[in-house]
Design a protein around this ligand. Structure first.
Ligand SMILES: *Cc1c(COP(=O)(O)O)cnc(C)c1O
Length: 426
């Protein structure tokens, strides 16, 4: 496989200094006009007053890359780091993974790709969501690989490539819709699309891709049907004179199950140490993944209340015995979903404590009646594991997702901009 990076001339990137230290976090640009993605502050301890934080374990990140590379065998692994690396902080995550040998990255938006270039990332970047508006020059200047699936995009990209006077054709990946019903050239339009492509000498097809709707399912039937259609489309492109170089289809679930891995895989959630699907997912290597994000806060107030005392907005919870209620410094504006009201659990001193009452914007209440020795300033783990004086316990992204009636992807990406990320080399 050739690297797009060696073929498409790129301007404006320079390598940023070392990633792992907090020194670097200070150096990240925050106000460049090209940086259009809102992202959380990369905090230094001295910046932060409130104890609420997300700890990002960079050693686990590298470990997960190795696990997924093992699953991929000969295929390249291009981690998907859209949505600010699933809430973990894209620049620092990308630098860590690039240094650990990642061959390329996938993002959803042009803005996200430019943020990575600005952070000094040099490996190829695939822009998957296909929305380029007037940013074609930026695609070319940033040496980005756009995903295309309609004729209008081809026309715009070809024009921008002509304008840039590139000395080699500009490389794109073509997405085929094999059953996801979201983006991609529909099967019946593949031949027509391929003929248009073959006519455009400014554009060369690097990859053919598709996306799988049910890769996490134990039942392979849907995935196999999609992969058959993908094979059909791949042959149709060749027949029409479009010589694609590589193919890719696998997200984390497909990669871990060894389905549709082809030449390259696009794992997202697995890179962050969370098994895809729900807690029932199992594949040979999925148990080796280690969670990268740990979210915690502190107890900021404690009260002992008699039976019958209501807690929180709407009085949705009432003590049915004498209870010890602790207030934590994290609420729905931080990403602690309001759906966890009266349903979620957190860890204090190594023991699980239920969330009681409605989660409010900046705070939530927990019932610590069953836990000895709880005091103000005790750490509260909202996501992750905790060893404490009273034992050890863990709240996984799947636990939170189940309680909030959502999926682990939503739990990770919900951690808001207000929560500072601390990058750890344990
Ligand atoms: C988000 C995304 C992925 C990564 O999916 P995970 O399930 O998080 O591994 C891969 N491919 C495409 C097209 C995506 O949008």
């Amino acid at each position: 496989m050739k690297s797009a990076h060696t073929e498409n001339a790129r301007v404006g990137a320079h390598r940023a200094p070392d990633t792992d230290s907090e020194r670097e976090l200070e150096l990240e640009p925050t106000s460049s006009p090209a940086l259009r993605v809102l992202r959380p502050r990369r905090a230094k301890p001295a910046d932060v007053v409130r104890p609420t934080r997300a700890e990002i374990n960079l050693a686990h990140l590298r470990h997960n890359l190795r696990v997924l590379e093992k699953a991929a065998g000969e295929a390249a692994v291009w981690p998907v780091i859209k949505a600010d690396a699933y809430g973990h902080g894209a620049p620092a995550v990308a630098r860590t993974l690039e240094r650990a040998g990642a061959k390329g990255f996938c993002v959803a938006l042009v803005e996200e790709a430019l943020e990575l270039r600005q952070a000094g990332i040099e490996v190829p970047i695939l822009v998957m969501s296909g929305y380029y508006a007037a940013a074609h020059a930026e695609l070319i200047e940033g040496d980005l690989i756009p995903v295309v699936y309609d004729a209008g995009q081809l026309h715009d990209i070809a024009r921008a490539a002509r304008h840039a006077k590139l000395d080699a054709p500009f490389r794109v990946d073509v997405k085929v819709d094999t059953g996801m019903g979201r983006l991609g050239v529909p099967l019946e339009d593949v031949a027509d699309f391929a003929r248009r492509l073959a006519d455009l000498e400014e554009i060369q097809v690097r990859g053919l891709m598709t996306h799988l709707a049910c890769a996490d399912s134990e039942d392979p039937a849907s995935t196999e049907a999609q992969l058959e259609r993908f094979d059909e489309a791949s042959r149709a492109f060749r027949r029409e004179g479009v010589a694609w170089e590589i193919r890719h289809a696998a997200n984390s679930a497909a990669l871990l199950r060894g389905r549709g891995v082809f030449d390259m895989a696009r794992p997202g959630i697995g890179i962050f140490g969370v098994a895809p699907g729900d807690r029932g997912f199992s594949a040979p290597l999925s148990s080796q993944l280690k969670p990268v994000m740990r979210v915690c806060s502190d107890i900021i107030a404690i009260r002992d209340v008699p039976p019958g005392t209501p807690i929180g907005y709407g009085e949705t919870w009432r003590a049915n015995r004498t209870s010890r209620i602790a207030t934590i410094a994290m609420g729905y504006a931080d990403g602690l979903s309001r759906s966890l009201s009266n349903r979620g659990r957190v860890v204090v001193r190594g023991k699980l404590a239920p969330i009681v009452g409605a989660v409010s914007m900046d705070m939530a209440m927990i019932d610590v009646s069953g836990i000895d020795g709880v005091s103000v300033h005790d750490e509260v783990v909202v996501l992750g594991s905790c060893q404490g004086a009273e034992g050890s316990a863990e709240v996984t992204a799947h636990d939170v997702a189940e309680a909030a009636d959502t999926i682990a992807w939503d739990v990770l990406t919900a951690v808001s901009r207000r929560v500072p990320r601390f990058f750890r080399e344990p």
